[in-house]
Every structure is written in structure tokens, then in C-alpha cells.
Design a protein around this ligand. Structure first.
Ligand code: DLL
Length: 443
């Protein structure tokens, strides 16, 4: 257990030429890549030729990155309609790997990669691992699932590109995870933030924290808050970093936050980000929240133009304290589709997390939102675990805690909620992405 002792975090930049490039140079690189990519998809992907023809746009109309707004959008539904290989820009023989969504509902979303795409993916994750202060000397314990989900493979490719040791644990069996972490002397681990917290608590309970050599964790694949990060960091005495990605674009390694935690740096030389207003798709200004949209500037297998992620965030383009000029997207407030509208108010699970963690004790950040409709009215119940030390206390204290949680949540969400305090460890732990909302109105 030790935080990374780097005198100067500026050293933790894998590719300074790209990551600290001037805005003009980056625009020139993006323009060159976009012009080529648009010509490529027009000539090789029927779907894009048709979409562009319908809009009356020709490849020649795209002269630089500033023309991106002329191009059509791509949606998850488009991917499903062209499932599994309808959007390839190369012959199938050139595809080296497929990966898919980790979702359990609906049809699978499949992404195809050439060997070069796989190499770029590994390089981007390696940039992120470097950002977390890791080098070829590190041992990275990967407890993301391996398989179609991009988590395990993505971190593995990153460790490989970095020249570090990959420990491909995959998810599950927390006791064994901790045993291997200790025995193999892992110096970093990667998993979802909810599982990271679970692992941290399990390590604390087993009394092994002091015996671990972990200095950093790389967590993502689901929204989480700064408060949750600080909780994981303080239990394990480490630095935790937020990694973002989606299989359609490349998997983890599209963006990651640095030690300053002022947003996630987007690898915009490969993935061009736009933030668009959810209502009319117009471009949002810096700091304004909207839907994140990506164009893959150099992908060969399944290039995507203006892919609508449904993830909600805002962007900052000022140079970061770490020296990177890469734009930063803020922690995600949620997705357009995990947002719940309760009696007309938009509610995101992350708001509940922030509010619970701001209480400074009494409850644990393990929670579940349950939405019902009673007499035509939406009712939001928030199930929250009580801290171990509170639970043995008297009923009167628990009642007071319940009232306090209710007040804090009402203040944070703008709607009144029913609070259900539950015993420690009763809310199901997830080894992958946590399920935070049950909406009974949809049943
Ligand atoms: O979750 C890729 C990934 C694996 C990212 C491991 C980070 C670590 P998908 O299964 O395609 O890919 O799901 C993508 O997950 O659109 C977001 O809604 C959500 N997501 C991913 N990373 C974050 C994050 C992987 N750091 C979807 N914060 C995305 C918030 C995230 N949400």
C-alpha cells in the first residue's frame, strides 16, 4: 500500500507530442484524418454512402474538422440494424477481433477491429496507464471481465503496450482476487468503481490492506463520483483514476483522468469529441452539458461518424495543470437513458451517490433506486445501507438517520423520496457494472 511517489506528474505523459500538442496542430491532424475517413466510409460502407447521399453531402464537401457538422449521425439502433458486420469498411478477412457490449438486455452491439485498430486501442490504454503513474515495472491486476466485454481485453492490451505485467484475473471470487493481489505483488488494479469499493472494503475487513503493494486503481465502465473515488483512495491509501470508453468506439481508453482529476482527457487524435444539445443537436459551448458524440478519425474495421453515445457530460478545452492540451470531459452525470424522470424531475443515480457520500458517515455508498407508480404518482424509494457501527445502535438513532437521509436526498434531487435503510451488505454487490435502478413503471 503506497501512493505513487512521483516528484513530477508531468513525467507521466506517454506521448507528449500528441498529448500536449497545440490546438492548431491538433486541428490540422484531425482535419487530415477526417477528410481521409469520410472518403473511406463513403467508398466502402453502403450505410454511410446512403446517409450522405440522403443529406446531399459528398466527401469533397468535407475539407477539415470544422465541416464535421455537415455529416450524418450514427446511433446504436443503426449498429443493431446492421448487425453483425454491415458497417465494416474492410473485407471480413481483415478483421482481427470482435468485442461487444456488456449489457444484459436487448440485442448485442458488436464492434469489429483490424489488427491496427487493436494496436491503437492498446496504445490509448497505455497512455491512460501512464497517466496513472504506471510504467513497464508495474504489475496490473485486471478484474474486469474478459470475453466480449472490452474491459478485460482493453486493460490487458494496455498493459502489454506499456510492457507491464498483466494479471488477467477476470471478475468474481473476491477472496481469491485479494489472495492473488497480495501473492503476486500487484501494484495496480482495474475494475468497475463499485467493485473497487467492494474489494477495498473486503481487504479492510480481512486485514490485508497493509500487505498489498497497490498504488493505483483504474476504474470505469459505469458512472461514479469524486466522493466515491476519495472513499476507495482512503481505504486503500492509493490514487484512483477514471477510465472511459465504449466498445463501439474502441473500449476503455477513449478518455481518462489525470492526477488533477479535473475531467477525463479525450484522445482526440483518434476519437473526435463533440458535445451536442440533446434537444436540437446544436453544439454546446465549453462547460455546457450535452450528449457526447464521437467520430473515429483513424479506425479501419468499423469506423463510426458522429456516433451518439447517449452519455451526458460537458467539455473543457483549456490546458490542464498536468500539461496536456487534450480536451477534458467532466465526470458523467448519467446517460440519456439511465436518467429517470420522477414527477417531472430528472434524477440520476450519481446524484444519490454524491448526496450519500456528502453526509460524512451513517450510511454506506451502496444504494439502489426503486421507482413505482402509486395512484398515478411516481414514487421513488432509495434503499441505502447503514454503516456497520450505526446498525447496532438504538432504533431512535436509526429513525433520526432515516429522516436525515430523506432530507439530504430531497435537497439533492429536488423530489421527496422514501428512504429504506437496510442492514450492511444486503444490497447485492456487482462484479461488473452495478445495477442502480429498478423501474417498476416499465413492467
Ligand atoms: O464499459 C468500456 C469500458 C470498460 C470502459 C472498462 C472503462 C473500463 P461498454 O460496455 O460498451 O464499454 O459500455 C459503454 O459504459 O457509453 C457509458 O455509459 C458507460 N461508461 C463507460 N466508462 C464510464 C465511465 C465499456 N468512466 C458505456 N464513467 C458508456 C461513466 C462510463 N460511464
Amino acid at each position: 500500500m503506497a501512493k505513487i511517489a512521483l516528484e513530477n506528474w508531468k513525467e507521466a505523459i506517454r506521448d507528449p507530442k500528441i498529448e500536449c500538442m497545440s490546438r492548431d496542430e491538433m486541428s490540422a491532424l484531425q482535419s487530415e484524418r477526417l477528410v481521409k475517413q469520410v472518403k473511406n466510409v463513403y467508398e466502402n460502407v453502403t450505410f454511410y454512402r446512403k446517409k450522405m447521399d440522403d443529406l446531399g453531402v459528398e466527401p469533397g464537401d468535407i475539407k477539415g474538422i470544422e465541416d464535421i457538422e455537415k455529416l450524418p449521425f450514427t446511433t446504436k439502433e443503426d449498429l443493431r440494424d446492421n448487425y453483425p458486420f454491415g458497417l465494416l469498411a474492410v473485407p471480413k478477412e481483415k478483421i482481427a477481433r470482435v468485442q461487444g457490449t456488456s449489457g444484459t438486455t436487448g440485442k448485442l452491439t458488436l464492434a469489429s477491429y483490424t489488427q491496427r485498430d487493436v494496436d491503437v486501442w492498446g496504445e490509448c490504454v497505455a497512455r491512460g496507464l501512464t497517466m496513472a503513474g504506471l510504467t513497464s515495472l508495474d504489475r496490473i491486476h485486471i478484474c474486469y471481465g474478459y470475453g466480449l466485454f472490452t474491459g478485460g481485453m482493453g486493460l490487458d492490451l494496455g498493459a502489454q503496450a506499456l510492457g507491464a505485467m498483466a494479471i488477467p484475473m477476470s471478475s468474481g471470487n473476491t477472496k481469491r482476487q485479494l489472495m492473488c493481489m497480495e501473492d503476486f505483488g500487484a501494484t495496480a488494479f482495474a475494475c468497475t468503481p463499485s467493485y473497487a469499493l467492494y474489494l477495498a472494503e473486503a481487504a479492510q475487513e480481512a486485514g490485508v490492506v497493509e500487505r498489498l503493494q497497490i498504488k493505483a486503481s483504474i476504474n470505469g465502465a459505469e458512472p461514479w463520483t469524486d466522493e466515491m473515488r476519495k472513499k476507495i483512495e482512503s481505504i486503500l491509501g492509493i490514487n484512483s483514476f477514471d477510465i472511459y470508453g465504449l466498445c463501439e468506439i474502441t473500449g476503455p481508453g477513449v478518455a481518462m483522468d489525470c492526477i488533477h482529476h479535473k475531467g477525463l482527457h479525450v484522445y482526440e487524435d483518434y476519437f473526435y469529441p463533440e458535445i451536442l444539445s440533446p434537444s436540437d443537436h446544436s453544439a454546446c459551448r465549453d462547460g455546457e452539458s450535452g450528449e457526447l458524440v464521437f467520430t473515429t478519425l483513424a479506425k479501419e474495421g468499423m469506423p463510426l461518424i458522429r456516433y451518439r453515445t447517449k452519455d451526458l457530460t460537458s467539455m473543457e478545452r483549456s490546458t490542464c495543470e498536468c500539461g496536456r492540451t487534450l480536451p477534458r470531459i467532466q465526470k458523467f452525470t448519467g446517460r440519456t437513458d439511465d436518467m429517470k424522470v420522477i414527477r417531472g424531475v430528472n434524477v440520476f443515480p450519481t446524484q444519490v451517490e454524491t448526496a450519500l457520500l456528502s453526509m460524512g458517515g451513517g450510511v454506506a455508498p451502496h444504494y439502489m433506486l426503486i421507482v413505482d407508480r402509486e395512484n398515478n404518482l411516481d414514487v421513488l424509494t432509495v434503499m441505502v445501507e447503514v454503516d456497520e457501527k450505526y446498525f447496532s445502535d438504538e432504533i431512535r438513532k436509526l429513525d433520526q438517520l432515516k429522516i436525515k437521509v430523506g432530507a439530504v436526498l430531497k435537497q439533492a434531487l429536488g423530489v421527496s423520496v422514501r428512504v429504506k435503510l437496510v442492514e450492511p451488505k444486503t444490497i447485492q454487490r456487482s462484479e461488473g457494472k452495478a445495477k442502480r435502478v429498478i423501474d417498476n413503471r416499465e413492467l
